[in-house]
Ligand binder design. Structure first.
Ligand code: KIV
Length: 272
């Protein structure tokens, strides 16, 4: 499959729409800092998500709920400063858009003004429609997120696969259409049966990006630290690791400690 969009100088929401039309899959990864974001952009990733998974992988929280708007803005701005080509999407954190569309707009405007990102992402369907509409009315592109929505972990009580029963699957399909109708430019589908994700992706005109949603979606997203093998003890079935950088980093640190203790670092060439 040829990569049709490698020549674009800047990935936009329109480019993603064209990729869906041409059947070219969208590659998306998370990043939270400048150095990693530069590597992702140099490698020509299509979309960089400054996910609220930063609460887990950067800050060590058990859930994504505690992360603040201010923290997301610091991560978002650090990433956006590194990116020339990819589309940068920043997650709206828990408590900044649910149940209050004016607050949602104010939060989204802060993200756009203070980070330099291209779009925001928020979790949920019909229940957050008013917030999505208000954000879109200000010209801010919105990516939706259905299926497993980690900000609702206290409602679900589990991170297990979602929409395995007919009622929840029907609600998800309805929500997907509502989000498309509202004007979302893309939709993350997290941890749902592959057949359901395929059906939603075939029905929608906007691209779907899956995580634990099989291959018949329009793109894939993973958390960078998970796919690099840095995250410890997180091994969901959907995760493929592309390296064991956690072990490599540990070995490098151990070697450094050994060298320092043995006065093997710095050597003569490494001093003035
Ligand atoms: O916060 C995040 O990293 C996400 C992805 C898992 C889609 O929302």
């Amino acid at each position: 499959m040829p990569y049709l969009q490698t020549d674009v100088t800047k990935v936009t929401t329109r480019v993603l729409q064209n990729m869906k039309l041409h059947g070219e899959k969208i590659a998306m990864l998370t990043a939270y800092d400048y150095s990693m974001a530069r590597l992702l952009d140099d490698a020509k990733i299509d979309v960089v998500l400054v996910g609220d998974s930063a609460a887990n992988v950067m800050e060590g929280y058990q859930t994504t709920l505690p992360i603040t708007l201010e923290e997301m803005i610091v991560y978002g701005a650090s990433v956006a400063r590194a990116i020339k080509r990819a589309l940068v999407v920043v997650d709206m954190p828990f408590g900044t858009y649910q149940g209050n569309s004016k607050l949602a707009l104010a939060s989204a405007i802060r993200i756009m003004k203070e980070t330099g990102a291209d779009a925001v992402k928020l979790e949920g369907g019909e229940e957050v429609l008013e917030s999505i509409q208000r954000i879109l009315s200000a010209g801010i592109p919105v990516m939706g997120h259905l299926g497993l929505t980690p900000q609702s972990i206290n409602k679900f009580g589990t991170y297990a696969v979602r929409a395995t029963d007919q009622e929840e699957a029907d609600r998800l399909k309805k929500d997907a259409l509502i989000l498309q109708e509202a004007g979302c430019f893309a939709l993350v589908l997290e941890k749902i049966p592959a057949a359901l994700a395929a059906e939603v992706s075939n029905t929608l005109k906007i691209p779907t990006i899956g995580i634990g949603a099989g291959s018949a979606v329009d793109g894939q997203v993973l958390v960078l630290q998970d796919m690099l093998g840095i995250t410890q003890q997180f091994t969901p079935r959907y995760l493929r690791t592309y390296g064991s950088f956690g072990a490599d980093i540990s070995n490098a640190i151990r070697q450094y400690i050994t060298d320092v203790k043995a006065v093997n670092f710095p050597n003569e060439k490494e001093q003035y």
